[in-house]
Ligand binder design. Structure first.
Ligand code: PEP
Length: 259
């Protein structure tokens, strides 16, 4: 881990704005009583919670950044039900998750749409967390590296160099997301090393590479300590302040030990 660790909580379609407010308040109590020195924390609530969460982060002066789970690639116009990057920026959102496997699988987010969305996010000056990862069938066929490389190339090839520093990648194998079965430290290391190698041919910066898939307070310290990953994208375990804080703490401690 060469840079400060990054941990992003993806609340998915959970927690209304009142519940989100309570979670952030509880997280704030933990962060104030046991401050973290190194880790960069981000929460990505549902769109309708963003304003409330933004206000509480600001009022409590919490060192937690605000993320969105998705955005439309277009700037504005006739896209009923969609949200634009400028709307997110006005709400102090600085991070956007792009191409999460749930959007790719259930909402027809093709590689082309992922590319357009990444570009729109980056051109707006927001930081994109590009999600890549294979299904179990692809891994069983020993095609996981080719699969992930193709997702990376499709999203990032030819990207304007000025936008490279805004790119972060999350390796999220679909078989590990929400299943309770995390990838092993060896698998995470193998894939994050591979992703870093592919990225050297695509971007001039050295993007942080996160892992996501059933990360919990129980496995976080081992995963971050053994795999060399730069942090985590966390789903289920980000819905409780205590478990999200414990994962933040594991990354903070690991960075303090290793640097
Ligand atoms: C995710 O959805 O990005 C994720 C990693 O979920 P979980 O932590 O619940 O597996």
């Amino acid at each position: 881990m060469s840079t400060r660790p990054l941990v992003i909580g993806n609340w998915k379609m959970n927690l209304d704005f009142v519940e989100g407010l309570h979670l952030v308040q509880q997280l704030g109590v933990l962060l104030k009583s046991h401050p973290l020195e190194h880790v960069e924390a981000v929460v990505a609530p549902p769109f309708v919670d963003l304003r409330t969460v933004s206000s509480i982060l600001d009022a409590e002066r919490l060192a937690v950044a605000l993320g969105a789970q998705h955005v439309n690639a277009n700037e504005n116009g006739a896209h009923t039900g969609e949200i634009s990057t400028s709307m997110l920026s006005r709400l102090n959102v600085t991070w956007v998750i792009v191409g999460h496997s749930e959007r790719r699988t259930h909402y027809h987010m093709t590689d082309e749409i992922v590319r357009a969305t990444s570009q729109s996010v980056l051109r707006a000056g927001l930081r994109a967390v590009l999600c890549v990862g294979e299904t179990l069938a692809v891994r069983d066929a020993d095609q996981h590296e080719a699969w992930v490389e193709s997702q990376l190339r499709s999203a990032l090839e030819g990207l304007d160099a000025s936008l490279h520093p805004l790119v972060t990648v999350a390796y999220e194998p679909l078989w590990a997301i929400g299943t309770g079965v995390n990838a092993s430290s060896e698998q995470v290391k193998e894939m994050t090393d591979f992703i870093r190698r592919v990225l050297t041919s695509l971007v001039s910066s050295a993007p942080q590479v996160l892992y996501g898939g059933s990360v919990t307070p129980t496995n976080a310290a081992t995963l971050v300590g053994e795999s060399g990953v730069d942090g985590f994208l966390v789903g289920g375990a980000s819905l409780k302040a205590e478990s999200f804080y414990a994962i933040l703490r594991a990354c903070d401690d690991c960075y303090a030990l290793k640097r």
